[in-house]
Ligand binder design. Structure first.
Ligand code: HEC
Ligand code: HEC
Ligand code: HEC
Ligand code: HEC
Ligand code: HEC
Ligand code: HEC
Ligand code: HEC
Ligand code: HEC
Ligand code: HEC
Length: 355
C-alpha cells in the first residue's frame, strides 16, 4: 500500500478498508462491503487515467448513482473489473479512450453471454468488427455505473439519438415522436422497430420486403390502437392490394423481389411519418400520394394515384368494379365446384347402375 493516495492523511482509513477487502475472500453477503471499499476511494475521486493520444478520463464514480443502478444489489465492482485485485492497479495502456472503453465492455459477456451472442449478428457489431469504433458496444446503450443503466426503452432511445442525431430529430417531429410525450400513447421508439441487440441493416432488400410487419404489430392490434381513432384495417387492406400481396409472398420465403415493391414506409415515410388527414381535407391527397408512386412508377400521371384504393375495404360506392368482380368470384367458384362434383357423381352412377 504505497500509493500516492495513501500518503494523504484523509485516505488512511480508506486504505485500511481496501486492505481488508483484498485480504478476505468476499462471499455473497460481502457484496456491499466489497463495493464500498472501492467506492471509498472512487466516490468523488478527481485523479485520472491517461491515454497515448493525450486524452484523459477521471476515475470518480458516484456512490449514490451506483446504488440506484441495476447491478448494485448483486454484482461487485470486481466482477467486471476482474484484473483489479490491489492498489496500485495494473497500468492502463491504451492508444485512445475509445479503445479503452471497447476493451472494458468485453466484461459483460461473462454474465450476459446470451445478449453478447445475439448482438454479434447486429449491424453495430459488424461495424465494430470492420474497425468502425463509432458503433456502439453494450455500455454505449446501457452505461455501467448509473441508474439510467437500467434496460429502459425510453432512456435507450435517447442514446440512439446521441449518435443518430439527424434521424432522431426527424423522429421527434413525426406522428410517432409527437405522441411520445403523451402519457397514454403507445407509439414506437427506435427499438420497437429496429430491435435492440439484433439490429439488422434496414437498407437490405429483405428488410424492406418485411418492414410492413413491423407496423402491423401495432396498427393491426385493436388494443394498441385504442383511443387513437385510427383504423385497424390498414394492414389487412394493404395485404389485399397488389403491392402487399407480393411483399407478403416474399416475406414468407419466396426469395427477394427484383426491385422494391411499395411497403407502408414508401407511402408514409419512416422517421418523418405525418398524417394524411390534412391532405384529405384540403383535397391535395392525390398530388401528395403521386409523389410517392413516382419513386418507382416514373412518369405516372396524377390519376395513377387513384389506383390505390385507400385503406377502406372496397365498397359498391367507392370501387364498384372491384366489388362486382369479388362477388362474381364468390358466386362463380362455388357453382363451378358444385358442377364438378355433380359431374363426377353422375359418372360414378353411370358406371355402377347403367353399366
Ligand atoms: C486507494 C484508493 C483506491 C482504491 C481502494 C481503489 N481504487 Fe481504483 N483507482 C484509484 C486511482 C487513484 C485510480 C487512477 C489510476 C491509478 O492511479 O491507477 C484508479 C483507477 C481505477 C480504474 C480505471 C483504470 C482501469 O484499470 O480500468 C478502475 C476500473 C478502478 N480503479 C476500479 C477499482 C475497483 C474495482 C476497486 C475495488 C476493488 C478500486 N478501484 C479500488 C484508486 C483506488
Ligand atoms: C457491469 C460491469 C461493471 C461494474 C459492476 C462496475 N464497472 Fe466500472 N467500468 C465498467 C466498464 C465497462 C468501464 C469502461 C468505461 C467506459 O466505457 O467509460 C468501467 C470504468 C470504470 C472506471 C474508469 C472511469 C470511468 O468512468 O470510465 C472506474 C474508476 C470504475 N469503472 C470503477 C468502478 C467501481 C468503483 C465499481 C463498483 C462500485 C465499478 N466500476 C463497477 C464496468 C463495470
Ligand atoms: C458478474 C456478472 C455480471 C456482469 C459481468 C455484468 N452483469 Fe449485467 N446483470 C447481472 C445480474 C445478476 C443482473 C440482474 C439484476 C436484476 O435483474 O435485478 C444484471 C442485469 C443487467 C441489466 C438489466 C438491469 C435492469 O435493472 O434493467 C443490464 C442492462 C445489464 N445487466 C447490463 C450489463 C452490462 C452492459 C454489462 C457490462 C458492462 C454487464 N451487465 C455485466 C450480472 C452481471
Ligand atoms: C444499441 C443499443 C444496445 C446495445 C448496443 C446493447 N443493448 Fe442491451 N438493451 C437495449 C435495450 C433498448 C434494452 C431494453 C429491452 C428491449 O427493448 O429489448 C436492452 C436490454 C438488455 C438487458 C436486460 C433485459 C431485461 O429484460 O432485463 C440486458 C441484460 C442487456 N440488454 C445486455 C446487453 C449486453 C451484454 C450488450 C452487449 C453485448 C448489450 N445489451 C448491448 C439496448 C442495447
Ligand atoms: C455510440 C453510437 C451509436 C449508438 C448509441 C447507436 N448507434 Fe446505430 N450506428 C452507429 C454507427 C457508427 C453505425 C454504422 C453506420 C454509420 O456509420 O452510420 C450505426 C448503424 C445503425 C443502423 C444501420 C443503418 C446504417 O446507417 O448503417 C441502424 C438501423 C442503427 N444504427 C440503429 C440504432 C438504434 C435503433 C440505436 C439505439 C437502440 C442505435 N443505433 C444506437 C452508431 C450508434
Ligand atoms: C416506425 C418504425 C421505426 C421507428 C420508430 C424508427 N425506425 Fe429507423 N427505420 C425504420 C425502417 C422501416 C427503416 C428502413 C427505411 C427504408 O426502407 O428506406 C429504417 C431505417 C433506419 C436507418 C438506416 C437508414 C437511414 O435512413 O439512414 C437508421 C440508421 C435508423 N432507421 C435509425 C433509427 C433511430 C435512431 C430511431 C429512433 C430515433 C429509429 N430509426 C426509429 C423504422 C423505424
Ligand atoms: C409500437 C406501436 C406502433 C408501431 C410499431 C407503429 N406505429 Fe404508427 N402509430 C402508433 C400510434 C399509437 C399512433 C397514434 C399517435 C398519436 O395519434 O399520437 C400511430 C400513428 C401513425 C400514423 C398517423 C395516422 C394519422 O392519420 O393520424 C401513421 C401514418 C402511422 N402511424 C404509420 C406507421 C407505419 C408506416 C409504421 C411502420 C413503419 C408504424 N406506424 C409503426 C403506433 C405504432
Ligand atoms: C400505396 C400507398 C400506401 C401504402 C402502401 C400504405 N398506406 Fe397507409 N395511407 C395511405 C394514404 C393515401 C392514406 C390516407 C387516405 C386514407 O385514409 O385512406 C393512408 C392512411 C393511413 C393511416 C390512417 C388511417 C386512419 O384511420 O385515418 C394509417 C394508420 C396508415 N395509413 C398506416 C399504414 C400501414 C401500417 C401500412 C402498411 C401495412 C400502410 N399504411 C400502407 C397510403 C398508403
Ligand atoms: C417502392 C416502389 C413502389 C412504389 C413507391 C409504388 N409501387 Fe406500385 N408497384 C411496384 C412494383 C415493383 C410493382 C409490380 C409488382 C408486383 O406487385 O409484383 C407495382 C405494381 C403496381 C400496380 C399493378 C400494375 C402494374 O403497373 O404492374 C399498380 C396499379 C401500382 N403499382 C400502383 C401504385 C400506386 C398508385 C402507387 C403510389 C400510391 C405505387 N404503386 C407506388 C413498386 C412500387
Amino acid at each position: 500500500m504505497n500509493s500516492p493516495l495513501c500518503t494523504i492523511p484523509r485516505t488512511i482509513a480508506l486504505c485500511v478498508a481496501a486492505g481488508l477487502l483484498w485480504s478476505s475472500a468476499a462471499t455473497a453477503g460481502d457484496i456491499e462491503d466489497s463495493n464500498s471499499a472501492c467506492l471509498d476511494c472512487h466516490d468523488g475521486e478527481e485523479s485520472a487515467i491517461h491515454f497515448a493520444d493525450g486524452a484523459t478520463l477521471t476515475v470518480g464514480i458516484s456512490a449514490d448513482a451506483w446504488k440506484k443502478s441495476g447491478h448494485a444489489a448483486e454484482v461487485r465492482c470486481k466482477d467486471c473489473h476482474a484484473a483489479i485485485k490491489d492498489y496500485p492497479h495494473p497500468a492502463v495502456n491504451f492508444p485512445t479512450k475509445r479503445a479503452y472503453q471497447l476493451d472494458r465492455a468485453q466484461s459483460c459477456k461473462r454474465c450476459h453471454y446470451a445478449y453478447h451472442t445475439k448482438a454479434q449478428d447486429s449491424i453495430h457489431a459488424k461495424e465494430l468488427a470492420k474497425g468502425n469504433q463509432k458503433a456502439p458496444t453494450c455500455t454505449d446503450c446501457h452505461g455501467m455505473h448509473n441508474e439510467a443503466d437500467k434496460a429502459d426503452r425510453q432512456a435507450v432511445t435517447l442514446r440512439c439519438g446521441s449518435c443518430h442525431a439527424k434521424i432522431s430529430a426527424q423522429y421527434a417531429q413525426s406522428v410517432h415522436g409527437e405522441g411520445w410525450g403523451k402519457a397514454s400513447a403507445n407509439v414506437p421508439m427506435c427499438v420497437d422497430c429496429h430491435g435492440a441487440h439484433a439490429i439488422l441493416d434496414p437498407r437490405k432488400a429483405a428488410f424492406h420486403t418485411r418492414s410492413w410487419d413491423i407496423c402491423s404489430k401495432c396498427h393491426a392490434d385493436a388494443e394498441k390502437m385504442a383511443g387513437t381513432g385510427l383504423s385497424t384495417q390498414v394492414v389487412e387492406t394493404y395485404l389485399d392490394d397488389f403491392h402487399g400481396r407480393s411483399n407478403e409472398r416474399y416475406a414468407q420465403g419466396a426469395g427477394t423481389p427484383g426491385k422494391p415493391i411499395a411497403t407502408c414506409s414508401d407511402c408514409h415515410g419512416v422517421h418523418d411519418i405525418r398524417s394524411f388527414r390534412a391532405a384529405k381535407k384540403n383535397g391535395t391527397l392525390q398530388s401528395e400520394v403521386i409523389v410517392a408512386c413516382r419513386k418507382c412508377h416514373k412518369d405516372a400521371p396524377p390519376a395513377f394515384a387513384d389506383a390505390w384504393l385507400s385503406h377502406e375495404p372496397p365498397t359498391l360506392a367507392t370501387a364498384p368494379l372491384v366489388v362486382l368482380i369479388q362477388w362474381g368470384y364468390r358466386v362463380l367458384i362455388p357453382l363451378i365446384m358444385a358442377g364438378l362434383v355433380l359431374h363426377i357423381l353422375l359418372h360414378l352412377w353411370r358406371a355402377r347402375v347403367h353399366r
